[in-house]
Design a protein around this ligand. Structure first.
Ligand code: MG
Length: 250
C-alpha cells in the first residue's frame, strides 16, 4: 500500500531527513586512514541519539549497528566492525537512517578515503550523477520505470552495471514502504508517481558485473567479481513543484 503524505507529514519527514543527512555528513568526515568502521558507526549513532532521534537501522531485521558501512567491493549492508580498518584509497559507502517523531529519513553516500584511483573516482561520480538523473525523473505523472530507466541509461552508457538484487523503496513512517524503486526499468511502465509520495532512490552501481553475493553473516553483500561498487541515496518527495530532496543537511 502506498501512503501519500500531507504537507505536515512532509515537514516532519524533512526534519527526520535533516538528521539523517547530518549524521551521514559527520560519518563521512570521520573517514580517514586507520579508522575502523565500528568507530564511524559509533560517531553516527551518537549524533542521531543526541538529536532525540532513533538510528533506524539498529536492530532492523536484527542488524547490529546504526549505519551500514560498505568498503570497496562491498555493495551494501556492510556491518561496522573494529576489524574493518579503512585505508588510503578505499571507497566507503555509508547508509544511515534516522527516525524522528515517527518518520524516517534514509540516505547514503560513498566517500573516498584520501586519494583514490581514477577508476574509483569515476565510478563514484557516475553513481552520484545517476541518483540525480533518477530524482529528475521523479515527477508527478511519471512512473516508477522512468526513474529506473534514467538511472540505468546513465550508468550503462558509461560501462557500469546496475545491481538488481536490491532496490529503492517508499519511505515514511516505516523505512520500507511501497512501492519498490528499482534502478532499472522501462520508461512509462510501473506505478504512477503521485503528489505526496515519498520514496528513497538509491542506485547501487558496480564497476564490473551486476551480480552480487551475500556472505555467511547474512548481511554483507559483495560484488560477484570482486570489483568496486558505489551507493548514493536520497529520500525525496513527489510534489506539484517537482521532486524535493528530504535528506539535506541544511
Ligand atoms: Mg534505503
Amino acid at each position: 500500500m502506498i501512503v501519500l503524505k500531507t504537507k505536515r507529514e512532509l515537514a516532519a519527514m524533512r526534519d527526520a531527513g535533516r538528521i539523517a543527512a547530518r549524521a551521514l555528513r559527520i560519518a563521512g568526515e570521520a573517514v580517514e586512514p586507520g579508522v575502523s568502521t565500528w568507530e564511524i558507526d559509533r560517531i553516527a549513532r551518537r549524533y542521531i541519539e543526541e538529536q532525540g532521534a532513533i538510528p533506524t537501522f539498529l536492530g532492523y531485521g536484527g542488524f547490529p549497528a546504526s549505519a551500514c558501512i560498505s568498503v570497496n567491493n562491498v555493495v551494501v549492508h556492510g556491518i561496522p566492525s573494529k576489524d574493518v580498518i579503512v585505508r588510503e584509497g578505499d571507497i566507503v559507502s555509508i547508509d544511515i537512517g534516522a527516525t524522528y517523531e515517527g518518520f524516517v529519513g534514509d540516505n547514503a553516500f560513498t566517500f573516498p578515503c584520501g586519494k583514490v584511483s581514477a577508476e574509483a573516482e569515476a565510478l563514484m561520480k557516475a553513481t552520484q550523477e545517476s541518483l540525480y538523473e533518477g530524482i529528475k525523473a521523479a515527477q508527478a505523472g511519471n512512473r516508477i520505470g522512468d526513474i529506473g530507466s534514467a538511472v540505468q541509461r546513465y550508468v550503462e552508457a558509461r560501462g557500469y552495471s546496475v545491481v538488481r538484487t536490491f532496490v529503492g523503496h517508499g519511505v515514511g513512517a516505516k523505512m520500507h514502504e511501497d512501492p519498490s524503486v528499482p534502478n532499472y526499468g522501462t520508461p512509462g511502465r510501473g506505478v504512477r508517481l503521485l503528489q505526496g509520495m515519498t520514496i528513497a532512490i538509491e542506485p547501487m552501481i558496480n564497476a564490473g558485473v551486476s551480480g552480487v553475493k551475500t556472505l555467511s553473516d547474512g548481511w554483507t553483500t559483495v560484488t560477484a567479481d570482486g570489483k568496486l561498487s558505489a551507493h548514493f541515496e536520497h529520500s525525496i518527495a513527489i510534489t506539484s513543484d517537482g521532486p524535493v530532496i528530504l535528506t539535506l543537511p541544511d
